[in-house]
Design a protein around this ligand. Structure first.
Ligand code: 5RP
Length: 257
């Protein structure tokens, strides 16, 4: 019997299914977040069990620490060059497999790594599936210099954007502003609904001081949805059929880490 909560079992199930796409010799991007942390453990278990030679590029300092502790071969993106596959979590995904990411504050590196990969597999739970993006506040990474004027520009862009809400807030941590691995700040935009994600991402990224926002468009190839009973569903960008599976919850107990 597993003692995992349904929420953790859903994350483990998605993570466990996603590593079926990992093959010997791959250069692999490792995402960030609680679901990705399960995936890193599953990758380490698979690498040990099957004696795989993997080259891993983490999308955050957190993931780098975890992957190294589990004995994975960790290199920088520049050392790896182009990647075969990136597996990462998401905060929301829509029917076109457009994503909102950055709840964990790592979306800049996550996007750079995903964009340098042949394939991106996203691991999620059913609660993150939405008809229209925007219920999750959109993270916008900005440089700290001139942040007030950058926020003024963001407000102006949102005034004419096809969105349902326009509240923005500087993300904070216990010690003051939250800083990303790149030393930047994050503005969270509570938009409610995003009618035109492509137009919005272009307009936001054109603002001086904005480094990247959390809309991932045209990057995701597959979404693996894990359920609280260990079932999985895999959606593909190029296939209509949904592939279903079942993960053994007891496998979680034997994972390293
Ligand atoms: C971090 C991210 C994460 O992938 C996203 O926040 C999902 O995290 P979790 O799996 O913990 O729900 O984008 O920047």
């Amino acid at each position: 019997m597993t003692d995992l909560s349904p929420s953790d079992l859903a994350k483990f199930a998605a993570a466990r299914r996603s590593v079926d796409f990992v093959e010997d010799g791959m250069k692999l991007g490792l995402g960030t977040g609680s679901t990705a942390a399960w995936m890193v453990r599953c990758v380490a278990a698979k690498a040990r069990a099957e004696n795989l030679r993997l080259t891993c590029v983490p999308t955050s300092e957190r993931t780098a620490v975890q992957a190294k502790a589990l004995g994975l071969n960790v290199v920088s993106l520049d050392e790896a060059g182009w990647l075969d596959l990136t597996i990462d979590g998401a905060d929301e995904f829509d029917p076109q497999m457009r994503l909102i990411k950055g709840g964990g504050g790592a979306h800049l590196r996550e996007m750079i790594v995903a964009a340098a990969s042949d394939q991106m597999v996203v691991i999620t739970d059913p609660g993150k599936q939405v008809a229209q993006l925007g219920a999750f506040a959109l993270p916008i990474e900005v440089v700290p210099f001139g942040i007030d004027s950058t926020m003024t520009h963001i407000r102006k862009v949102l005034e004419s954007a096809d969105v349902a809400g326009r509240e923005i807030a500087l993300r904070s941590s216990e010690d003051g502003p939250f800083y990303t691995d790149e030393g930047n700040c994050i503005i969270d935009a509570a938009l409610g609904q995003i009618g035109a994600p492509e137009a919005l991402t272009q307009a936001l990224n054109a603002i001086p001081g904005v480094v990247e926002n959390g809309l991932f468009i045209g990057l995701c190839d597959r979404v693996v949805i894990g359920h609280g009973d260990g079932k999985t569903e895999t959606l593909s960008a190029d296939e209509d059929a949904i592939e279903t599976g079942q993960v053994d919850p007891n496998e979680a107990a034997s994972l390293p880490g």
